[in-house]
Design a protein around this ligand. Sequence first.
Ligand SMILES: Nc1ncnc2c1ncn2[C@@H]1O[C@H](COP(=O)(O)O)[C@@H](O)[C@H]1OP(=O)(O)O
Ligand SMILES: [Mg+2]
Ligand SMILES: [Mg+2]
Ligand SMILES: [Mg+2]
Length: 323
Amino acid sequence: MAYEKELQVGIEASLSAAKLCQAVRGNIPDRIEKQDRSPVTIADFGSQAIICRALAEAFPNDPVVGEEDATALRSSEMSEQLAQVTEYVKQEIPNVSTEDVTQWIDHGNGEPSQRFWTLDPIDGTKGFLRGDQYAIALALIEEGEVKVGILACPALSLDLAPPLNEEGLLFVAVRGEGTKVRSLKTDEFTAIRVASPDDEEHLRFVESVEVAHGDQSQQSAIAQQAGIKSPSLRMDSQAKYGAVASGAAALYLRLPSPKQPDYRENIWDHAAGVIVAEEAGGRASDMYGKPLDFSVGAKLFQNRGVVVSNGSLHEAVLAALNK
Ligand SMILES: Nc1ncnc2c1ncn2[C@@H]1O[C@H](COP(=O)(O)O)[C@@H](O)[C@H]1OP(=O)(O)O
Ligand SMILES: [Mg+2]
Ligand SMILES: [Mg+2]
Ligand SMILES: [Mg+2]
């Protein structure tokens, strides 16, 4: 199997980060506001610290392009939060100092290069704070192509055969080798496939819970034109990619919000999810049918909107979008 060491290190670190996130969520943490006014929590920081530490140790030459950074956390106004992050990280890694934690977090300030990792330590922070879905999303990118995706969804369970019906799922994909899933609690993997074209029961679509993250009225209209009759399943985070990859839904739509026409998607919000869906037999593109281009920096500057399907539905969706 390819990328064995990457998988072993990435999976172990993601499981440890998932444990930290669930421990923090035991008593819903404060919402900290970032400069762009989006929320972050002590769990986002702790998760990034744990995963960056593991990657720095195992792959010292690989840059990590992560969402968070420790600048604000180092300031005196946030010393209490930094102490809390450090306490939670200590439950996973003994004997760490606040300085270790901030240094590990800042290891995620790398730049995209020929080979690099991209990390969203909590994807769907708003879902995390609401008690809904969130994910820990890690991907390895080489020559602009996603090669490995590791997607932990600690609160997800799907109305499908075991292990998908258990709460807490880990999706793993390697380019050319398929997608598999396991429960966070057991270490046995099962291969998964997208919904087949004749699966009427799962002919439905997923979209964000957050109205501001897309264009829900257009998303509904397009899904209907593509032959989907049931209402959407609303879900936070890249868990939506897991829903398509395992056949719980046939389509994920994320169309540009009319209120934020210039929004560009971050690579860490999609890389792991895209390979999980593609390797399960699905297809991912932007709203014009262009493949998502992970070779142009930390954002998907060459793409607008995201369409992820079981493959068979894709052309009908693109046709509806480009009418
Ligand atoms: N204004 C926005 N438009 C689109 N996506 C956003 C916006 N703000 C944050 N996000 C990102 O959307 C993703 C989750 O949203 P959704 O549940 O809608 O799919 C997250 O990656 C979130 O980042 P974050 O990792 O900070 O939570
Ligand atoms: Mg965020
Ligand atoms: Mg995100
Ligand atoms: Mg995030």
